[in-house]
Structure formats: C-alpha cells, structure tokens
Design a protein around this ligand. Structure first.
Ligand code: X8Z
Ligand code: ZN
Length: 428
C-alpha cells in the first residue's frame, strides 16, 4: 500500500478531472453517472438496486464477521483484535481483505471432518497448463467447444522470467474474432485454480457471441461477464473435486456441509461488502462529493461501514490506499463483481434445476450435464443483443437481480453461525 498507493495519490486526482471531462463530453454529468448508466435502467435506480441487494445479504455477512472476529480474537488476543468493533485489515491473508479463504484453517467449524484444500495435490502433480486444461474440461463437459489451438500458443500462463508483466489475471478476445487468450501468472494452488475457472467464463462468453454484430459483442451487463465462471466455481463441490482426484475422499454429513459452506462463504460472502465498497468510493470521488484530501479517509470510512474492517496502522496525508487495488489504478469499474457475486447464485440455482437436481444447492454440480450446458450456452450466445433482464429471464425465469438464491444456498451455514454467535455482541 505504501509503495504503490502513495506514488499514485497525486496522479489520481488529475486522472479524476480528466476522466470526468471525457464523460461530460459525451453527455454524462461525470464518470460515476457514466458507469451507472450501463444497466438498462436510470442511474439512480441502479444505485437503489445495489443498496437493495446489499440489504438482503448484510445479515449473513454480519454473522460471518461476528464469528470470524471471535476466532481471530481467540487466536491473537485483545491487543490485536477486540471482541467488539472492526477487525484490522491485515489479518485475513489477502492484501485487500476481500477474500478470507486463507483463514479457513482457523475458522473451520468441525476440525478434520473431511479434506477440503486441493492445493497439496496441485502443488505435487500439476503444472499451469494442466490446471487450465482441467478448467477447459469442465466447460467441454457441458457441451461447449474446446479452446482454439491458438489459445494454447498465444496465452501467457506463467510469469515470464526477467520481464515485468501485469500478473493480475485477465481474459481476452484480442481481435474480436475468437482470438481467445488468457494472461495470468499461475501458481499451483487452489486460489489460482478457482481464478482459472473465472477467467474461462470470460473466454466462453467471448466465444459464444463473437459472430454477433460488434455492438452486441459484450456481456448482458458487466456483472454477467464476471459471473459466468464464478457460477462454475459453485459446481466445484467436494464430490466433483474427489472425482477429479484432487481430494482423496468425500464425506457426506451435516458437519461436512457446514465446513464446505464455510469455505465457500469465506470467499464469496466475505467478498460482498468489498465488492460494493470500491465503487461506492469511486462514485463519491467522481461525483465530487469527496475531495482529494479526503480520498483516503473516505476509503477507510467505507471500509468500516461496509466491511467492519479498520486500517491496521495510522494513515497519514501521503497515503492513498485505494491505489493499491488493481482496478482503481487500472480504471476498471468494480460494481460488476458485486453484481456477479449475487448473479452467480441465481445462475447456479437455475442451472441445477435444468440439470434436474433436487437436493440442496450446496451439493449440486452441473459438471457433465448437457441440459444445463445448453441452457447456459443459450444465454451466453445472446451477448448484449437484449437488455440484461431478458438474458436473465432466458436462463432463470426471473427479471430482477435477487439475493434470495444466496440466502437459500447458505441457509445451513447461516443457522449454524447464528447458534455460534448467540449472546455475542455482533456488529461494529
Ligand atoms: O479482477 C478479477 C479477475 C479478473 S476480471 C481476476 N477479480 C476481482 C479481483 O480480483 O478483485 C475476480 C474476483 C474479483
Ligand atoms: Zn473477471
């Protein structure tokens, strides 16, 4: 945060003014409004939609936060993390506290009931290409095409030696003609295996719509683009991972379910308030509500409001911590990931239904299911040719983004967390 963020602070205020001038030039009041205008509804309505969705999931986040804080407090003591109040940002094992997956060992509800971490097998028996091939095999199992030969020639899968590259993962159709490529610096671990499946979601979306007129060669909205691969992650159940040889056994009982849900929640529920915070901050910056000398303070105010997380050390006037986030430096809008975090559960619920699965959503994997694959492909092929509500309807029969699928998915964990947190003073 110091090395990258501080250097960026003064440049950022200049960039805000320039970007706003550009947005004005094409008829928007500022960049915030321009970004909010991409959702087939008036910008104010979109803002309200985001707040509504957050309101739906906040009670579940609060329970997870409460449980995590207590375990962290037990481990590190009152000096590092109190029993009440926000949690300092440096304890989550992730540079931005946006994914809490690395806390799993500390937070595991029932110790040692079933293996859940696939990193050991990846580290021993895999290389980067084999991990990408595993991802590809999921998509082809749904009836989708293999990746084009050029993908394997032109992608960057590992960090090249002696060269400074951007390692933040990204997917491309470089010439809008099925010229699919992945740029990543793959490490042999679980986090990167999941990211590969995320990135291939972009690739398969590109592939599904590249023959449409260029103006339709896009996601139904940008949240859809981010949700395609994440939906596949939800099908990477312990049973699927066992089938693939990445876990040596599967255990099916209530304790194993809670453990598995904790693993998914530490990544996907912990992410929700971060996903909303980044562009709540940028909307306030672009609209001029917040001035350059308040940029960093506002970032931490929102971090506390949404995530219940605090700065681990005092911040000074030279600090510009949002600059440490790739998308802030790189001018990539971020609300898309919050929307994706909601949409992926709607997609998963709909696909599991198409697959004829009737059990709990947490156990559903659409791996190998052609009916689900066909339904998914149909939505992907629409690209941006229709409003996103129509694309959503095509797959799910719903016309609104809605967090009820998240709550349905996590109902067992939520109940368990509420029991664990009984008598605690949750919140911050
Ligand atoms: O930036 C990404 C992808 C590329 S679109 C790797 N993600 C967000 C992030 O890393 O902050 C995926 C999850 C959220
Ligand atoms: Zn992405």
């Amino acid at each position: 945060h110091e090395g990258v963020g501080q250097a960026e602070g003064p440049l950022f205020a200049k960039y805000v003014a320039l970007a706003n001038a550009g947005a004005k030039g094409i008829g928007f009041s500022d960049v915030a409004q321009m970004w909010q205008a991409g959702y087939d509804m008036p910008p104010e309505q979109f803002e309200a939609e985001v707040d509504r969705l957050w309101g739906q999931v906040k009670p579940l986040y609060d329970q997870l936060h409460c449980y995590a804080r207590r375990q962290l407090n037990k481990t590190y003591g009152d000096k590092i993390v109190g029993k009440t109040g926000p949690i300092p940002a440096h304890l989550f094992g992730n540079m931005w506290s946006q994914d809490w997956g690395y806390l799993y060992d500390m937070l595991e509800p029932y110790k040692g009931v079933a293996p859940i971490d696939v990193t050991p097998v990846l580290a021993k028996g895999y290389d980067a290409k084999k991990m990408v091939q595993m991802g590809e095999a999921f998509y082809t199992s749904l009836g989708m095409d293999p990746l084009p030969a050029s993908f394997w020639e032109k992608s960057q899968l590992t960090k090249p030696a002696g060269k400074d590259v951007i390692c933040h993962a990204s997917s491309w159709d470089v010439t809008y003609s099925d010229d699919l490529r992945l740029k990543m610096c793959i490490n042999l671990n679980q986090e990167d295996l999941w990211t590969i499946h995320h990135e291939l979601g972009h690739s398969y979306y590109f592939h599904a719509y590249y023959k449409l007129p260029i103006i339709y060669q896009n996601g139904a909205n940008d949240g859809f683009h981010e949700a395609i691969g994440d939906t596949i992650q939800l099908s990477m159940t312990p049973e699927y991972l066992h089938q693939k040889g990445l876990l040596d056994k599967v255990v099916k009982n209530d304790q194993a379910t809670i453990n598995d849900q904790m693993k998914v929640a530490l990544s996907k529920i912990a992410f929700l308030p971060f996903g909303i915070k980044v562009d709540k901050w940028r909307w306030d910056v672009f609209s001029g509500k917040v001035k350059p000398d308040q940029y960093n303070q506002h970032w931490w105010d929102l971090t506390q409001t949404y995530q219940g997380i605090s700065a681990p050390a005092g911040r000074g006037s030279a600090d510009f911590d949002p600059g440490a986030k790739y998308h802030v430096a790189g001018n990539v809008p971020y609300m898309r990931y919050f929307l994706a975090a909601v949409l992926q559960f709607q997609f998963h619920r709909a696909l599991c239904k198409k697959a004829g699965f009737t059990g709990p959503l947490t156990e559903c994997s659409i791996y190998g299911n052609k009916a689900a694959g066909e339904a998914y492909a149909k939505m992907l092929a629409m690209g941006a040719s229709k409003p996103w509500q129509d694309a959503l309807f095509e797959l799910t029969g719903e016309r609104d983004m809605d967090a009820s699928a998240i709550l349905q998915y996590f109902a067992p964990l939520q109940k368990w967390l509420e029991e664990q947190n009984k008598g605690q003073q949750c919140g911050w």
